[in-house]
Write a protein that binds this ligand. Structure first.
Ligand code: KIV
Ligand code: ZN
Length: 517
């Protein structure tokens, strides 16, 4: 029988920490729900001491999902951190506190200004303190990959003796290489006398593009927990990508002889959700979940595939829930066929949600000859918007072209009081048509944001493909994302910008955001 590898997802903590990837509370809950459905064993929901928002998010995720999966909160080796993490996880069935302290010479000398024995003492004390709140304790010697090996063994051994049930060996700066990391795990197994009392875990960053390779090398050496994120999200170049780890272990079961509990047909859907919420687009040729991951262009490959798919395909696209561009339904397709396709794509919608998406589908099929799977996913995405939006776009008009000053007129509806919505109109000029419409919306709402990123791409193939606009704005020092899809890219851009403004306004209700100011 093969061993199980624990999949520890840190999208909501290490992933969310990466620049431009912050999520609102409803978005975090949505991602947590998807992770539970995906079957991850541990969700690291955040760093409760970091901010009141982080605390509330860990608490909310714990309350909602803490009986179904292990929910973990991060803490430094500080009393306040540990108490705050314990408070956020209080009362749930499966809490875990993750305590960390750096052990590499450079971190000890310059960051912590602590000597080796002070580090050991602090680690032991704080693991014991965390243990007084819950049984399930993870300890991480931060920057372990650059830590002197015998000292690493000493800290790990004492942390286990103090009560750590998982010892995580982070490659915090993405410095390790596969053989090096394999040797670190092997050394720990050989030199830590009580190593059998804890699960060895990996946590690899991707600065050299080796996070997945290093994690797999650690599994080969005996690690039985892998820390990873959806789409490899994370600080700098990111963390190890969950979907790549899971599919490598599954596809090469013959070699690794380990299993995970991940429901792999949900991988693409989860990847899509996280990309949609964070605004971090998935590159087309990304392994497992990229648009091209299962595309075969070369004639020789296509020929082989027709004879036997296994000639050029090592995984089945349905095993990862891949949504291709295969033409599906047209405007005469009934609700029944539509519902069946939605289910095949891995989505569960209630009757009301299904009806709304179906109405949008009919409207789209009127504008567009071919409706692809990717279009349907975009429509579902639109309906599963999780942040309540105060401002709605009623209409806009743009005048632009050579020799004219780009000008936009916009009407927005303020749904602050949904029973008595009010409409406002304004106009603005801009550097281009998109800039003009964004400025007009800002004039109505009474805010000024800075556009940090703006991208437009086609959702599917064909000349009549829908355009997907993604924007990132900076408002009061925080980044907000918006994404929208339409057959008109100016409309998609306006809607995406408005979505980001709505998030900014919702998070800063005390700011002066009164119409027309
Ligand atoms: O990269 C790292 O070292 C971390 C620790 C907190 C585990 O994220
Ligand atoms: Zn990390």
């Amino acid at each position: 029988m093969s061993d199980n590898v624990i999949i520890f997802d840190t999208t909501l903590r290490d992933g969310e920490q990466s620049p431009g990837c912050s999520m609102t509370m409803p978005e975090k809950l949505k991602v947590a729900e998807a992770l539970v459905e995906l079957g991850v064993d541990v969700i690291e929901a955040g760093f409760p001491i970091a901010s009141p928002g982080d605390f509330e998010a860990v608490r909310a995720v714990a309350q909602k999902f803490g009986d179904r999966t292990t929910i973990c909160g991060l803490a430094r080796c500080r009393k306040d951190d540990i108490e705050r993490a314990a408070e956020a996880l209080q009362g749930i069935a499966k809490p875990r506190i993750h305590v960390f302290l750096a052990t590499s010479p450079i971190h000890m000398q310059y960051k912590l200004k602590m000597a080796e024995q002070e580090i050991v003492k602090a680690a032991v004390e704080h693991v014991q303190m965390a243990k007084s709140f819950c049984d399930n304790i993870e300890f991480s010697p931060e920057d372990a990959a650059r830590t002197e090996l015998d000292f690493l063994c000493e800290v790990v051994e004492k942390a286990i003796a103090a009560g750590a049930t998982t010892v995580n060996i982070p490659d915090t700066v993405g410095y390790a290489t596969p053989t090096h990391y394999f040797n670190v795990i092997t050394y720990l197994k050989q030199h830590v006398s009580n190593i059998g009392q804890a699960v060895i875990s990996t946590h690899c960053h991707n600065d050299l593009g080796l996070a997945v390779a290093n994690s797999l090398a650690a599994v080969e050496a005996g690690a039985r927990q892998v820390e990873c994120t959806i789409n490899g999200l994370g600080e700098r170049a990111g963390n190890a990508a969950l979907e790549e780890i899971v599919m490598a272990l599954k596809t090469r079961h013959d070699y690794y002889n380990v299993s995970t509990r991940i429901n792999t047909p949900k991988l693409c859907k989860t990847s899509h959700l996280v990309s949609s919420i964070t605004g971090m687009l998935v590159q087309r040729n990304k392994a497992i979940v990229g648009q091209n991951a299962f595309a075969h262009e070369a004639g020789i490959h296509q020929h082989g595939m027709l004879q036997n798919r296994a000639t050029y395909e090592i995984m089945k696209s349905e095993d990862v829930g891949f949504v291709g561009e295969n033409m599906v339904l047209g405007k005469h397709s009934g609700r029944h066929a539509f519902r069946a396709r939605v289910t095949e794509l891995g989505y569960t919608l209630d009757e009301t949600q299904l009806q709304k998406v179906f109405d949008d589908f009919i409207a789209l099929a009127d504008k567009k000859k071919h409706v692809y799977d990717a279009d349907i996913v975009a429509l579902i995405d639109k309906q599963s918007n999780v942040t309540a939006e105060r401002w709605k776009l009623v209409q806009f008009h743009i005048a632009a072209g050579t020799g004219t000053i780009p000008t936009a007129t916009v009407e927005l509806r303020d749904e602050k009081h949904p029973n008595e919505p009010l409409s406002y109109r304004d106009a603005a000029i801009g550097d281009g048509p998109v800039d003009a419409v964004c400025k007009a919306m800002e004039r109505i709402i009474g805010v000024t944001a800075e556009l940090k990123d703006y991208q437009v791409r086609a959702v599917s193939g064909g000349e009549d493909a829908q355009g997907e606009a993604t924007v990132e704005i900076n408002y009061l020092g925080r980044r907000y994302h918006g994404k929208a899809v339409s057959t008109d890219i100016l409309e998609a851009s306006a809607l995406a910008y408005l979505k980001a403004l709505n998030k900014a306004v919702a998070e800063n209700p005390s700011e002066k955001t009164e119409p027309g100011v």
